[in-house]
Design a protein around this ligand. Structure first.
Ligand code: PLP
Length: 493
């Protein structure tokens, strides 16, 4: 993640790697004036905390906003945080201890993996599809048969990176499932306000009658990214979360909170976010069209109904990390699939932001990316032909479990440099020898439903604290050796 952040301050011209919109999409001039006016009107904003009245006003406006999308909250159940990152971090610190396991979506926002790692937590990755988000069947299986899960972090509205929107019925079922298993849900609704349809999607929290969902939201995407204003509503955990926040960051900036409160009260926030949504929706279509026109045959794109991210699934043989190396030489960046899981499951995928207005330069950049991807595949085929191997790598067939290498490679650290082994010529996937994934024992099919399969298997070696740990069906296997659950679901990534 730090490498991606460093790319943001580099001279790369077409930066499509972070989940952010360019500054032209925000009303910077108006915000500058409002900041100045607020400070002139109320100079104490520079040296004191927000007054109780001002705080009450902000909390009241946030509850009004939430009520407009069916989320009824009390004013004293709002805690303003430093972005949603602080809100999620507080929730995790409150609910877990180092060594605990946290269920997350896969592919997952890489910042969350980093937060989990910094807190010494393990991630149990549950498949998520661009169609409807987190697989409830997979989650149920993992909760029944996997290690004890302390909590679940999920992004039901416009998930990062897939853009998936979870249907309301799934949200209700997810809540019931979590409740049955005593798992607290941390809901990350960072993109909820950036919807392209008629209505903002309802958060999971709206159906939470037990106060067990810790709802986290943010104004960083929809209002002013660098203001870093997020918030949470912690249900029955709220008091404990407030104490934790007091002992960590104490309070958010008074001046910035004041300007946000005014924008909410005057209706400016609603007008600006509507404009932003309209622009993002248009840019999403343009980017998706450009990708489909330029990328190799077999590339799949699911147009999201909100947010600012486009998840591109290339042909299986595409190596998006290698593609990034070539793209950087052309002054183009994106987030390669490898950063969205602790395991190398999404190497053929990449994430592009559509927070940048269309321009001839951007169109050329996408065309260049597509050309580089096609060239990579062509050169791979030529290499294979030279090596005397016939045939194009076949796409995984439905029902055949995904396999990970026997010793799982570490995730790339800084720089996405060339990595020996991965960059070296390799035979087509279909002809690779099957890795010994199960201590030499055949993996056992543990679960089958509606034509979906889930495989419980064990693998030697642990890839680090992010690895997921789940059931092993082999009697001689100790829990410490079990590092992988392979899930194959129809349409799963
Ligand atoms: C899913 C998800 N959660 C959290 C964050 C962090 O948001 P914030 O900037 O409000 O801390 C991001 C940022 O892109 C994100 O995509």
């Amino acid at each position: 993640m730090s490498t991606l952040i460093q790319l943001s301050s580099s001279a790369i011209q077409y930066q499509l790697h972070m989940a952010e919109a360019v500054s032209e999409l925000y009303p910077t001039q108006e915000l500058a004036q409002q900041l100045q006016q607020a400070l002139l009107r109320q100079p104490t904003l520079i040296d004191t905390h927000l007054s109780p009245q001002d705080q009450q006003q902000l909390h009241r406006e946030i509850t009004r906003l939430a009520a407009s999308w069916q989320l009824e909250l009390a004013e004293n159940q709002i805690l303003v945080t430093h972005g949603i990152t602080e809100a999620i971090s507080l929730a995790l610190r409150h609910l877990t201890r180092p060594g605990d396991t946290v269920a997350v979506e896969t592919p997952v926002y890489f910042g969350l993996l980093q937060t989990l790692e910094s807190l010494g937590l393990k991630a149990l990755e549950i498949p998520c599809t661009p169609d409807s988000g987190l697989s409830l069947e997979a989650l149920e299986f993992a909760l029944r048969h996997g290690p004890a899960v302390k909590c679940l972090v999920c992004v039901p509205n416009f998930q990062n990176p897939t853009g998936a929107l979870m249907p309301d019925e799934h949200k209700k079922r997810l809540l019931a499932l979590a409740r049955r298993h005593g798992v607290t849900v941390i809901e990350d609704d960072v993109f909820g306000d950036l919807y392209f349809g008629q209505q903002r999607p309802t958060p999971l929290k709206a159906w939470d009658r037990d106060g067990d969902v810790i709802y986290c939201a943010s104004f960083t995407k929809s209002f002013a990214p660098a203001f870093r204003l997020g918030w949470l509503s912690g249900g029955r955990h709220h008091a404990a979360l407030t104490r934790l926040r007091d002992s960590s960051s104490l309070a958010a900036s008074s001046l910035l909170q004041r300007v946000l409160a005014d924008a909410l009260t005057s209706g400016e926030y609603a007008r600006r976010s509507a404009r932003l949504r309209q622009q993002l929706a248009q840019q999403m279509q343009q980017l998706a069209d450009a990708v489909l026109a330029a990328f190799p045959h077999g590339t799949q794109v699911r147009r999201p109904q909100g947010g600012m991210l486009l998840w591109v699934q290339g042909p299986e043989a595409l190596d998006s990390n290698q593609l990034l190396q070539r793209a950087l030489q052309q002054s183009i960046s994106f987030a390669p699939g490898v950063v969205f899981s602790a395991e190398p499951r999404f190497n053929h995928c990449l994430r592009l932001k559509f927070g940048q207005p269309r321009s001839p330069g951007l169109a050329d950049a996408i065309a260049t990316l597509g050309r580089l991807a096609r060239e990579q595949l062509v050169s791979r085929v030529s290499r294979q032909r030279r090596q005397g191997l016939r045939g194009w790598p076949k796409r995984r067939q439905a029902g055949v479990p995904a396999v990970a290498p026997a010793s799982l490679p570490a995730r790339p650290q800084a720089g996405y440099g060339r990595r020996s082994g991965r960059d070296a010529p390799r035979p087509p996937a279909a002809q690779s020898p099957a890795p010994d994934h199960n201590h030499g024992h055949p993996a056992r099919l543990a679960w089958r439903k509606n034509g979906s399969k889930m495989l419980s298997s064990c693998a030697a070696g642990t890839p680090g604290p992010r690895s997921l740990i789940t059931t092993c069906t082999h009697p001689g296997c100790s829990a410490h050796d079990v590092t992988s659950i392979k899930m194959v679901l129809p349409g799963a990534l």
